[in-house]
Design a protein around this ligand. Structure first.
Ligand code: PEP
Ligand code: MG
Length: 574
């Protein structure tokens, strides 16, 4: 038995075999071939297999995500028949006497580059599709596994060097019990996705993760942050009983999940969810969330080859907002950059992406990106309780500029005779400058939502994805808690409400502190909702104020967590 220690990224215990996530890179050699007819026949056979694979993916997308996603694969299937592309490949084989792989690779790349150079945005985005389809055919020709999880047939614990958010989105959830990565931090977006899915996860567990044999029996403890390789009998028994008692606590909380979160002295707060998909909306409602405090719109667009049109965005936002009826849904505008990239948005490489042109800084100078989203949101908000929120605001001027673009969209819609909603407008407080300027910012918005994932990394100058800095980048740092206190006071003094949608809001040990600081809305991954409500109900606000006062005077995140663990048994669920 061997134990690897990492960062507890998503609570829960999983038991199952190891499966390594393998990223494949293709190396294409050019060979000279005399039998060109045989090469062409190989290619035709590969095209046929590719067609069958794409058709299967299309059917899956249609079942799971609806017609919009399925169309992408229909378009890909059509490319397999594209006369221009195929004539080019045939010529390369017959006249160049080269192998099918080299002929396809070169021709498809020329074709993709020609598309990418077109003015028409739709056509230029097809370049990614051409490359994707060509890669699929190349993998078939070369007999290389078609995905990093090819061969994953039994439910397993995924081991990887790192997982990008887009990898996580694409994992087949039915076959994934949890995951453990060499790299990563507790508030990296991959960890956040795992929590949203209720998948136990450990990140930053070090290089030894890669030495675990495929199929080795494992216990993944996402609550304490450990991966146990080949556990012995007594460890297995111990974890089986821990799993059973955690399940009993969860089950008890779920019994009351749909009741409001009111403290023992009658103070009610909102408990809402962070979501990034329609499935997330369903999970949030089932878990008893009283709305959505953060809709990460960028997550809606990670598993597709191009940016959605205004109509597609409208349909997605409307479906989500309508699912919640009169309950609030806070839609955050695109927050691309940092560790969230969209494969089809070509962004110039930056030295420090977390300090770079991300989120509102990317949207403001790109109205072609920003306006369709704002128009879609304004249209989707009619007849429900949609609110809009801008991410990564650092200055009052940015809010003014964003509001001006929003007004432009509203006017355009009016001229076109389309209805638009009168939505509340809020901002994320996730840059220390915004926390410091909260009094001024509260004058120009309707609400704040504190993003402690970024606020902690920027306040502590500690990258949220760096495993070695996990303790520093924690939202339990007294410096971060003091900023939260300041933001809530500044907003309340101006009659504005404050939510918190960083991972801290769903942390059992943080809930009493945030309640004591006067937070109005707690937004978290859906599976965390029932327990959060239970903790809030177990406390009085008076008591919570006392807790907040105590911990604000401590010196470190470790001391804060230890203090709550010792003094607030209802929040100590580890
Ligand atoms: C945050 O920074 O706390 C937040 C909620 O936004 P994201 O995690 O998407 O950066
Ligand atoms: Mg953020």
């Amino acid at each position: 038995m061997k134990i690897l220690h990492g960062i507890a990224a998503s609570r829960g215990i999983a038991t199952g075999p190891a499966f390594h996530f393998k990223r494949v890179t293709l190396t294409i050699d050019t060979r000279s071939c005399d039998d060109t007819a045989a090469e062409w026949a190989r290619l035709e056979a590969a095209l046929k297999t590719a067609y069958e694979q794409i058709e299967a993916v299309r059917a899956k997308a249609e079942r799971e995500s609806g017609a919009g996603q399925a169309e992408i694969f229909e378009a890909q299937a059509m490319m397999l028949d594209d006369p221009e592309l195929l004539d080019g490949v045939r010529n390369a084989i017959e006249q160049g006497h080269i192998n099918a792989e080299a002929a396809l690779n070169t021709t498809a790349e020329i074709y993709a580059q020609a598309l990418a150079a077109l003015e028409d945005e739709y056509l230029s985005a097809r370049a990614a599709d051409v490359r994707d389809v060509a890669n699929r055919v190349l993998r078939i020709l070369m007999n290389v596994a078609d995905s990093p999880t090819a061969g994953l047939e039994t439910p397993s614990i995924i081991l990887a060097n790192d997982l990008a958010p887009s990898d996580t989105v694409l994992l087949d959830k039915a076959l994934v019990l949890g995951f453990c990565t060499v790299l990563g931090g507790a508030t990296s977006h991959t960890a956040i996705l795992a929590r949203g899915l209720g998948l136990p996860a450990v990140v930053g567990a070090g290089e030894n993760v890669l030495n675990v044999a495929d199929g080795a029996p494992l216990i993944l403890d996402g609550t304490s942050g450990a991966l146990i390789v080949e556990p012995d009998r007594s460890t297995l028994d111990d974890y089986a009983s821990r799993k059973a008692s955690a399940a009993a606590i969860e089950a008890q909380a779920r019994l009351h999940a749909h009741e409001p979160a009111i403290t023992r002295d009658g103070h009610q707060v909102e408990v809402v969810a962070n979501i990034g998909s329609i499935e997330g909306a369903r999970a949030a409602l089932e878990a008893g969330a009283e709305g959505v405090g953060l809709l990460r719109t960028e997550f809606l667009y990670m598993d597709r080859p191009m940016l959605p049109t205004e109509e597609e965005q409208y349909a997605a936002y409307k479906a989500i907002a309508d699912a919640f009826g009169k309950l609030p849904v806070v839609l955050r505008t695109l927050d691309i950059g940092g560790d969230k990239e969209l494969p089809y948005l070509e962004m110039a490489p930056e030295e420090n992406p977390f300090l770079g042109v991300r989120a509102i800084r990317l949207c403001l100078p790109h109205p072609e990106l920003f306006k369709p989203q704002l128009r879609a949101a304004l249209r989707a908000g009619v007849g429900n309780n949609l609110k809009l929120m801008f991410p990564m605001v650092a200055t009052v001027g940015e809010v003014e500029q964003a509001r001006a673009v929003l007004e432009e969209c509203r006017t355009e819609l009016q001229v076109e005779g389309q209805a638009s909603a009168e939505t509340e407008i809020g901002i994320m407080i996730e840059i220390p400058a915004a926390a410091v300027m909260a009094d001024r910012l509260a004058e120009v918005v309707d609400f704040f939502s504190i993003g402690t994932n970024d606020l902690s990394q920027y306040t502590m100058a500690a990258d949220r994805t760096n495993a070695q800095l996990a303790a520093l980048a924690s939202g339990f740092q007294p410096a971060v808690l003091r900023l939260i206190q300041r933001v809530i006071e500044a907003a309340h003094a101006r009659g504005k409400w404050v939510g918190l949608c960083g991972e801290l809001a769903g942390e059992p040990l943080a809930i009493p502190i945030l309640l004591g600081l006067g937070l109005d809305e707690f937004s978290m991954n859906p599976p965390a909702v029932p327990l959060a409500k239970q903790i809030i109900r177990s406390l009085s606000q008076e008591e919570a104020r006392g807790i907040a006062l105590q911990v604000l005077n401590l010196d470190s995140a470790e001391q804060v967590e230890a203090w709550v663990r010792e003094h607030v048994p209802a929040a100590n669920l580890a």
